[in-house]
Unconditional design. Structure first.
Length: 104
């Protein structure tokens, strides 16, 4: 199946503690159905000090389910679904809300 959301896409969160916030996809895990979005779903990992590392509280982004994020429409800035169509001999992604072709 073709990837509807890819690394580098601007997305908005639809559900959860970060609902309404926007970010950019840093990584997609299609087998798990999850993605890591910069600045979204941050968790704190407490690490113990050792000879090699300082230790303390490390903030990092946790994966978020793909069903809880939506692509931002390039035309009006709202959330949209993604479709595929053929333009010439090339398969392209487009925003279903505005019909605008998505770069990449």
């Amino acid at each position: 199946m073709a990837a509807k959301l890819r690394k580098g896409d601007k997305v908005v969160v639809l559900a959860g503690k970060d609902k309404g916030r926007e970010g950019e996809i840093a990584a997609v895990m299609p087998k798990d159905g999850k993605a890591i979005v910069t600045g979204i779903n941050e968790v704190v990992r407490h690490t113990k000090q050792s000879q090699t590392s300082q230790g303390g509280r490390l903030r990092k982004e946790a994966p978020i389910d793909l069903s809880n994020i939506a692509l931002i429409d390039p035309k009006d800035g709202g959330p949209t679904r993604v479709g595929f169509r053929m333009e010439g001999d090339k398969k392209v992604r487009f925003a279903k809300k505005s019909g605008e072709v998505i770069n990449g």
